[in-house]
Design a binder for this molecule. Structure first.
Ligand code: DNO
Length: 347
């Protein structure tokens, strides 16, 4: 296992120098955040990102993410051109010697929450989702008020996109995903880049938009789409937990044994109702994810990829990017590292 930490580039209020001081952290997860969706990533820029991280004494181990153009997800004519560009980005990532690419196939929105500052009993705040609240959000005016959504769409842009997705059913979305996988896996093999799809977060439809990577079974189906060691998943405990936290250790064991877990996100959540949860500190006793059992399953089944703490709470009066402050994620990293060391010592 290579302990990793996400860094949002030069605009991240947390400098690489601080990340380096977290015990056990060796790898950085980052991206080029200003390349427009669909454009191929310039190799010189990928190399420069890597050099910046190397100069700080860390290793750029994962690109998270290269976003997938909506025309690919919708299966629209012209998708070949976007897929070719995606393959060019994979080639650039491989040429820079970065071994893993995390991506997702969620229509329009990436992760969604309804509250970015839910106050927990200990005074910290955390990200929360409640479907009842999500259903009251009116997207006709655009995404401006949507908590947690980084990109923004105006109502004029969003309307046609939502209408286009209304025409796509679940099996079509799977077909579109399968088509995309057929395009990118050969490029990943040629570039020696392990592809790691991220599960949908939360694992159900939001705002009427379909989501398909929503369960352990969906992950199993996904893995079967292509028989290549480059074709795999990001095992994200926090995203999968609301679909069934109890299944996580067995699922981790099964997929790790098949060598299809290329990256792990470890985060804990407290399920608070049907389609409702909030995030909590990483250690297993804080929420519904049995973190020690998940780590044991990864460890005992030979997982040797990058693993990062995921969203943290805001503690000690920290202010910053929701889910991505320094303190609680650093505590999470130390905890994950400690558990892993204990597993190694007992191996
Ligand atoms: C949230 C992240 C996701 C993830 C993408 C991967 O904090 O886990 O935004 O980066 O879904 O493509």
């Amino acid at each position: 296992m290579r302990l990793a930490f996400r860094w949002f580039g030069e605009d991240d209020p947390i400098p690489l120098g601080r990340i380096r001081q977290i015990p056990g952290v060796h790898s950085v997860v980052s991206a080029l955040y200003d390349v427009p969706v669909g454009d191929p990533w310039p190799i010189e820029r990928v190399r420069a990102l890597k050099e910046t991280i190397t100069a700080a004494g860390l290793v750029l181990d994962v690109i998270e993410s290269v976003p997938v153009h909506e025309d690919i997800k919708l299966g629209r004519p012209g998708r070949e051109r976007w897929a070719d560009r995606y393959c060019a980005s994979i080639a650039a990532i491989g040429a820079a010697g970065i071994p893993v690419l995390c991506y997702n196939f969620m229509p329009v929105f990436d992760w969604v929450r309804t509250d970015l500052h839910k106050r927990l009993p200990d005074g910290s705040t955390a990200l929360a989702y409640d479907d009842a609240q999500a259903s009251t959000i009116d997207l006709r005016a655009g995404t401006g008020d949507l908590p947690g959504w980084a990109a923004s769409y105006s109502g004029d842009e969003l309307g046609p996109l939502l209408a286009a997705y209304a025409e796509v059913d679940e099996e079509q979305l799977w077909d579109n995903l399968a088509w995309f996988i057929e395009q990118i896996v050969p490029a990943a093999e040629a570039a020696n880049v392990k592809l790691a799809i991220h599960p949908d977060d939360p694992p159900w439809s939001v705002f009427g938009l379909l989501r398909i990577l929503v369960s352990g079974d969906a992950f199993r189906r996904f893995v079967e789409l292509h028989d290549s060691p480059m074709h795999g998943v990001t095992f994200c405990t926090g995203s999968l937990a609301p679909a069934g936290a109890a299944q996580l250790p067995a699922l981790a064991a099964e997929l790790a044994k098949k060598k299809r877990i290329h990256f792990a996100h470890c985060r804990n959540v407290q399920i608070t109702g049907p389609r409702a949860f909030h995030e909590v500190a990483h250690p297993g006793d804080n929420g519904d994810v049995d973190m020690v059992s998940v780590l044991r399953a990864l460890h005992d089944n030979g997982f040797d990829g990058p693993l990062r703490p995921d969203h943290g709470r805001m503690i000690w009066d920290e202010e910053g990017r929701p889910g991505y402050g320094l303190y609680d994620r650093a505590l999470g990293a130390a905890y994950l590292n400690g558990v892993w060391q204990a597993l190694e010592a007992n191996a």
